[in-house]
Design a protein around this ligand. Structure first.
Ligand code: B3K
Ligand code: ZN
Length: 844
């Protein structure tokens, strides 16, 4: 496969004034006619007329009305064209039904839908399918379907036909078309300048009852973007469509967002609190793309973080405002460590702005998205809130309607603040997680913090240079009072010291408050100092973090030396979870433990070889010790926070349920599932029902409830995904692979549906001890399924290959077995470019 380089970027040789598309829909033979006005760019060096096109059969092509015979390859076509404005017309035939890759125009449960980002439009018609070519589209759709949708505003509609016009120039990746028998859940929003916008959520008949929450989330998002970023919506209409077969969460097509039904449909009976929060965030994310992504788009796909990092950052601000900022931040850091750190520290490491790729779909990663958002958070911390707002206003003013680069983005900050961001830019160009260590010296009222930063070399970055690190620090006195409020230290060197003076007695340093930079921090704090911060830190993130560090210490000592759980840690957690002045959601987080793969990462960072069975056993023993140590407290925690009022998906109720269910999971260890069964029988919402079910299965008492749940929810695809997933997640490591094998033989295991495939195989890949079973059965099983899925859906296959990215952490036997599986997959004839690239990089 061919490697594409950022350094090779050249502007397109033509400008498009206008695109007209005409669709005659048919499941196997859809006809697409295009009429596109081109004009040569005056100063372009490359005048070759090239149009991308894949899996298309060309019926006819004309230039200025005269038939032409372009030279066609599997990637596209070239043609001689006049050195003056001309009109290109073509007709192609495509096969939506045969399109199982879910990219381009495809069918899902009888409806037509599209997914064009990043390079799917070329599977619809011949076109310069690159984001820096922006044009105005008119779309006509013919087909016997009650609902026919495309981008922009409706122009006309009649029997089995509709015409749409999108007045805003856009790249082809934002094109969308939907047709089918759908019902609309309507709403409306009046913008701050008084324009009324019609809103619709289109769903399959039967799903009408799952729309209200998503609609409200959309209105909240529209309002928030006006209030916080001053951004108003720009069309008369905003449509969202729910689709069952979708490779990702959702897609921000202009005026016509298409969502995985799991990312938009919600009801109390069928969705958990976590589902509600995720749906609200994804709706916000896609809506926010209208300005950060659509109005201002990317020049090329290397700049993906320009829209994704910024939009993730914006949606995290939104969730912080709608819910609890502290809880959101902790959740984001847990997620970053679980998904981004392994990527950044393994064979798939790449900069936030990659410099080369073979398949761009492989770069929609936690590094581009989540680390990309962290970089923006750091920038904001460095320049301050006011300068951030000014810079964003300038960005929107200066670049509206353009396809931009990271250089453009940083320039608005330089112009606003006068800062030189040359060194800061390394966050975009270097791969790897910086390791930051801090030691202290104390001298008569003066505390000096000595920092060192070091980033390990990787295949992507051979010799990483020091970063600009914003390090938020506060000081907590011996009596528990804050003696120095948060200050942001700006570290730019490999080694640097910062002084705090005029201190009476020696305080405890609370370092990297709010996780102010995405680094691995090593701080020489004693357990007593950590316990002091756990009890008194005014920074909610760091308070939680110290509990987590103590948990790591306790678990690692148990794993390495068989030590009993750390009593000071248990006592510290006990005090926090019993503190009724604290937010229940926050206390629920305090009852969490590092995941087993986080422990494996910590061991391997320290130079040890993780043993998944020992990690599993230590985690179980620690949970048992918690159940024991908190035994007297748990029943009260459970009862006090069980919600009696009618279900509301708000943060307040969700926090209470999170805490009572965290208590339930410990209580179940003491009562053999009696309370869990009680909760299961009484549950009137999915949060309570699913949590009870998970506890019953974990306790080995779930058979009856598993059957009852299936009988109750057989007809609901999204709930059945949970049913499949839960049985894998809660399986005993010894038989996890057998559980998976049994589930894959279930008549409802439709493996071509990405949600169902992920529910089972994705959950299995995340089951640390089950997947890494010493027999190698887990590796073989996943590899078998990746081989089966690849020809059908390369994107979902390639994404799941990352299950193997941590393979070099493990012992030689496991490494040999994994390597054999990687090679077996790689030797499959016709393996997709997506999967080939992923496995080649992982194998190293
Ligand atoms: N921009 C889309 C992702 C497209 C994925 C292409 N493989 C969703 C999002 O980030 O909002
Ligand atoms: Zn996005």
């Amino acid at each position: 496969p061919q490697t594409i380089y950022l350094a090779d970027y050249t502007p397109y040789g033509f400008i498009i004034d206008d695109v007209a598309l005409h669709f005659d829909l048919d499941p196997r033979k859809t006809r697409v006619k295009s009429r596109i006005s081109f004009r040569p760019t005056p100063d372009a060096s490359d005048k070759t007329f090239f149009l991308h096109g894949e899996n298309l059969s060309l019926v006819s092509a004309m230039i200025d009305g005269t038939p032409v015979s372009p030279e066609v390859t599997p990637q596209g076509l070239t043609c001689d064209v006049p050195d003056a404005p001309f009109v290109w017309e073509a007709e192609v035939e495509i096969d939506p039904m045969g399109n199982t890759a879910l990219e381009g125009l495809y069918m899902s449960n009888g409806m037509y839908c599209t997914q064009c980002e990043a390079e799917g439009f070329r599977k619809i018609t011949y076109y310069p399918d690159r984001p820096d070519v922006m044009a105005v589209f008119t779309v006509t759709i013919n087909g016997p379907h009650p609902v026919l949708l495309s981008n922009g505003n409706p122009v006309s509609s009649g029997n089995d036909t509709a015409e749409w016009r999108d007045p805003w120039p856009k790249p082809a990746y934002l094109f969308a078309l939907v047709a089918g028998d759908l019902v609309a859940h309507p709403g409306s929003f009046t913008t701050k300048s008084g324009r009324k916008v019609d809103l619709n959520l289109y769903v399959r008949p039967g799903d009408e009852g799952k729309c209200a929450f998503g609609m409200q989330a959309l209105k909240d998002s529209m309002k928030w973007d006006e209030d916080v970023y001053g951004r108003e919506y720009d069309l008369d209409l905003f449509n969202i469509v729910a689709v069952d077969d979708f490779n990702m969460g959702a897609m921000e097509n202009k005026g016509l967002n298409i969502f995985n039904s799991s990312a938009v449909l919600a009801s109390p009976e069928t969705s958990t609190d976590m589902n509600f929060e995720r749906i609200e965030a994804i709706i916000a994310h896609e809506y926010f793309h209208n300005w950060t992504g659509n109005r201002i788009t990317c020049r090329d796909w290397f700049q993906l973080c320009l829209k994704e990092g910024l939009t993730v950052y914006r949606d995290s601000q939104f969730t912080s405002d709608m819910r609890s900022a502290a809880v959101k931040r902790i959740g984001d850091v847990i997620d970053l460590r679980a998904r981004q750190f392994p990527e950044d520290q393994g064979p798939l490491a790449h900069p936030v702005r990659p410099e080369s790729f073979q398949e761009i779909n492989n770069f929609y990663t936690a590094t581009v998205y989540e680390k990309g958002a962290e970089v923006i958070g750091m920038l904001k911390l460095l320049v301050g809130d006011a300068a951030y707002s000014k810079a964003l206003d300038l960005y929107f003013d200066r670049h509206d309607g353009q396809a931009c680069t990271i250089e453009d983005w940083l320039q608005v900050f330089e112009d606003t603040t006068g800062r030189d961001l040359g060194q800061f830019k390394r966050w975009y160009s270097q791969a790897g997680t910086p390791q930051l260590s801090v030691t202290e010296s104390w001298d008569h009222g003066t505390l000096t913090l000595h920092f060192k930063q070091h980033t390990p070399a990787s295949a992507a970055t051979a010799d990483p240079q020091p970063y600009v690190l914003p390090i938020a620090v506060g000081l907590i006195g011996q009596d528990g009072d804050e003696v120095h409020e948060t200050t942001v230290l700006e570290m730019t060197q490999a080694e640097q010291s910062f002084v705090f003076d005029d201190l009476g007695t020696r305080p405890v340093a609370s370092v990297l408050r709010g996780f102010s930079a995405p680094v691995v921090l090593t701080q020489d704090l004693s357990d007593a100092d950590r316990a002091h911060l756990l009890a008194h830190d005014t920074d909610p993130f760091n308070r939680w973090e110290q509990g987590r560090m103590l948990a790591y210490g306790s678990l690692l000592a148990m794993i390495r030396e068989g030590k009993a759980p750390n009593k000071d840690w248990l006592a510290g957690i006990r005090a926090v979870i019993g503190d009724e002045t604290l937010d229940p959601a926050y206390r629920a987080l305090m009852l969490g433990l590092p995941s087993q793969s986080d422990l494996a990462r910590a061991l391997s960072e320290a130079g040890d070889t993780p043993d998944p069975d020992i990690i599993y056993a230590a985690t179980e023993a620690t949970r048992a010790a918690m159940a024991d140590a908190f035994a007297d407290l748990l029943p009260t925690l459970y009862r006090r926070h069980t919600v009696d009022a009618p279900f509301e998906p708000n943060a307040k109720q969700a926090g209470k349920r999170a805490l009572s269910n965290a208590a339930l999971s410990l209580l179940t260890r003491n009562d053999d599932g009696v309370l869990a069964q009680e909760q299961y029988d009484a549950a009137d919402n999915m949060t309570q029902q699913l949590s009870a079910l998970a506890n019953l299965v974990r306790a080995g008492r779930g058979n009856k409830a598993v059957e009852a749940f299936e009988a109750q929810w057989k007809a609901d695809r999204l709930v059945m995904d949970k049913w499949f997933g839960l049985q894998v997640m809660e399986a005993d490591p010894e038989d996890a692979h057998e559980v998976v094998e049994t589930l894959t033989k279930h008549p409802d295991f439709n493996w071509k549906n990405p949600n169902r495939f992920r529910a089972v195989l994705g959950a299995f890949a995340a089951h640390h001890a089950g997947f890494h079973h010493a027999s190698g059965a887990g590796y073989r099983l996943l590899a078998d399924w990746l081989i089966q899925l690849d020809p059908v859906n390369p994107q979902t296959t390639a994404r799941m290959c990352s299950a193997f990215q941590t393979w070099k952490r493990y012992d030689a036997d496991r490494q040999d077995m994994i390597k054999a599986e990687l090679d077996r997959i790689l030797s499959q004839p016709g393996l997709s470019r997506d999967t080939t690239e992923m496995l080649t990089r992982i194998r190293g």
